[in-house]
Design a protein around this ligand. Structure first.
Ligand SMILES: Cc1cc2nc3c(=O)[nH]c(=O)nc-3n(C[C@H](O)[C@H](O)[C@H](O)COP(=O)(O)OP(=O)(O)OC[C@H]3O[C@@H](n4cnc5c(N)ncnc54)[C@H](O)[C@@H]3O)c2cc1C
Length: 431
C-alpha cells in the first residue's frame, strides 16, 4: 500500500538502511560454550561485548533478527545525554546528592560518546550541531526561559533562549512560540554508528550471530544454559540487552519495561534551498509536548527526517503515515509537494520511574529502559555493564543504585498505553 504523496521508490523501512544495509550474520555456527552471552545486538549489547571481548573473555552476541535490527539502526540520530525527569523531580524523589549524580552522569555520557566516536574514528556523520527545543505554546516558552535562568548549581550548561520574534533564525515555521538552543547536543547516522561499533566488537573477538533467538534460559550451578533457535549454548555470564523488545525469556525484566512504538518518515531529497531555509543550522529539533515530535535534516542536508507518535494504539507505520505526514505539515506547510520516501517504526522502552536501569537480577545482567533517548545512554550503560562483568572499578553507576520498579498486574503488555497517550495528548492541548 502506498499513497499519492509517496515517491516512486517509497520503502517501508528505515531511511538509514539505504546507506547501511542490515547484516543477517546467519552463517556462522553457534559455539557450545562461551564466557559471556549477550542477548540483543544493539548499542547496549555491542558496547558490553566490546569490553568483555577486549579483555579476553570469549563473548557471543545473539539477535533474533539481523544484527542491529532493533532501535539501534532505526532511531532519529539525535543525541542528548539527558534523562526524562528534571533535577527537581529527582531531588524530591531521591535527595539532592543522588539527583545530582544521575543528571551529571547522563550529561557526562554525552562527552564520553563523543570521545568514543572520535578516538575510534567511527565514520558516522557525528556532529555537535546543537538542539532547538521548540515551545508548543507561550506557557511552555516561559517554562523554558525559567529553566535556562535557574539551572541547578553545578549542573549549568550553555542554553540560549530564542524569543518567538527571532525564531526564524532557527526554523522556518510559525507553529512554535520560541524555544531554547542546547549547544551540546549532537547528531549521527545511527546505522553507520552501529556498523562501526559492531566491527570494533568483532575485531576484539566477539562473535555476533543474527537470526538466533534466545528461547529459554536455565540456571545452572555455574552459569546459564540458553536454548536458542540455533541450538543450546552454555554461558558463565548472561547479559540481556533487549530494551523495547524484551520478551518472555527474561520475565523479570519484561515486567519493568513498557514498549512504546515511535514512528518516523523521511522525505525525498528536496530543493536544497528549501531545505536550507527550513532549518539553516542543521540542528536536531524536538518540542515541549509530552507526545513529542522530533526532526532533523539528513546528513546531506536535503531530506527531512521526522518522528513522533500519532496513533493511540500501536499501528503499522504505513497505516499511520498519513497522520504522521499531517503532523509534519502542521509545522512545515511548505512541504505539501515534497513526497515521502520512507517510513518505519521501532519499540523504545519506557520505565515506571522514567529512568534507565543497570543491574543484575538472579545472576542475569541487564541495562535497559532508555525512555526514547538511548543512543548515548544505551552506549554508555552497555559499556558500564561490560566493565561490571569484568569487575573493573569503572563499572560504577548511579543508574545501578535506584530500584527498578514494576506495577502490580503488569506483565509486559501495556494495556494502559492508549489511555495514557490520550491523556497526554489532552494535556498537550491544554498546557
Ligand atoms: C523510531 C525511533 C526513533 C528514536 N530516536 C532516537 C533518537 O533520536 N535519539 C536517541 O537517543 N534514541 C532514539 N531512539 C531510541 C534508541 O534507538 C534506543 O534507546 C536504543 O537504540 C536502544 O538500544 P538497545 O541496544 O538497548 O536496544 P535495541 O537496539 O532495540 O536492540 C535490542 C535487540 O534485542 C533483540 N532481541 C529481543 N529479544 C531477543 C531474543 N529473545 N533473542 C535474541 N535477540 C532478541 C532484538 O531483535 C533487537 O535487535 C529511537 C527509537 C526509535 C524506535
Amino acid at each position: 500500500m502506498t499513497y499519492p504523496f509517496c515517491s516512486e521508490d517509497f520503502k517501508a523501512q528505515p531511511y538509514w538502511w539505504d546507506g547501511t544495509p542490515s547484516s543477517p550474520l546467519r552463517d556462522r555456527e553457534l559455539a557450545d560454550e562461551t564466557d559471556v552471552l549477550v542477548i540483543g545486538s544493539g548499542y547496549t549489547g555491542l558496547h558490553c561485548a566490546l569490553q568483555t571481548a577486549a579483555a579476553g573473555r570469549s563473548t557471543t552476541v545473539i539477535d533474533a533478527q539481523d544484527a542491529g535490527w532493533g532501535c539501534s539502526t532505526r532511531n532519529g540520530g539525535q543525541i542528548s545525554g539527558e534523562i526524562k525527569p528534571g533535577f527537581e523531580a529527582l531531588r524530591s524523589r531521591y535527595g539532592a546528592g543522588r539527583a545530582h549524580a544521575l543528571v551529571s552522569e547522563a550529561r557526562g555520557a554525552l562527552e564520553w560518546l563523543g570521545e568514543f566516536v572520535e578516538s575510534n574514528a567511527l565514520d558516522c556523520d557525528y556532529s555537535r550541531c546543537g538542539r532547538f527545543l521548540a515551545a508548543h505554546n507561550p506557557r511552555q516558552f516561559r517554562r523554558l526561559e525559567s529553566m535556562a535562568r535557574h539551572q541547578p548549581d553545578g549542573l549549568e550548561q550553555s542554553l540560549r533562549i530564542v524569543e518567538p520574534g527571532d525564531q526564524a533564525s532557527e526554523i522556518d515555521s510559525n507553529y512554535y512560540h520560541g524555544g531554547l538552543v542546547i549547544e551540546r547536543h549532537c547528531a549521527l547516522d545511527p546505522a553507520r554508528y552501529h556498523r562501526g561499533l559492531m566491527q570494533l566488537a568483532q575485531a576484539a573477538g566477539a562473535q555476533v550471530h543474527g537470526h538466533c533467538a534466545a528461547l529459554s534460559v536455565e540456571r545452572m550451578r555455574a552459569g546459564f544454559k540458553v536454548v536458542t533457535s540455533r541450538g543450546a549454548i552454555v554461558a558463565r555470564d548472561l547479559v540481556v540487552a533487549t530494551n523495547g523488545y524484551t520478551g518472555g525469556v527474561t520475565p523479570w525484566q519484561r515486567r519493568r519495561v513498557i514498549p512504546i512504538g515511535s514512528y518516523m518518515l523521511a522525505t525525498e531529497a528536496m530543493d536544497p534551498a528549501l531545505a536550507e531555509r527550513l532549518m539553516p543550522h542543521h540542528r536536531v529539533f524536538s518540542d515541549t509536548r509530552r507526545i513529542v515530535v522530533y526532526f532533523r535534516r539528513s546528513a546531506d542536508g536535503n531530506r527531512l527526517l521526522f518522528g513522533g507518535r500519532v496513533s493511540v494504539f500501536e499501528s503499522d507505520p504505513v497505516k499511520c503515515l498519513p497522520a504522521l505526514r499531517q503532523e509534519m505539515l502542521r509545522i512545515f506547510p511548505q512541504l505539501e509537494d515534497v513526497r515521502i520516501s520512507h517510513t518505519w517504526m521501532g519499540f523504545v522502552a519506557y520505565t515506571f520511574d522514567h529512568l534507565p536501569h543497570l543491574g543484575v537480577e538472579d545472576g542475569i545482567h541487564y541495562a535497559m529502559g532508555y525512555c526514547g533517548s538511548g543512543i548515548c545512554l544505551a552506549s554508555y550503560l552497555g559499556n558500564r555493564l561490560g566493565m561490571r562483568l569484568l569487575g573493573e572499578p569503572g563499572g560504577g553507576s548511579a543508574f545501578a543504585e535506584t530500584r527498578f520498579p514494576t506495577r502490580p498486574m503488569y506483565s509486559g503488555k501495556p494495556w494502559f498505553l492508549a489511555s495514557a497517550v490520550r491523556y497526554y495528548q489532552l494535556l498537550d492541548r491544554l498546557r
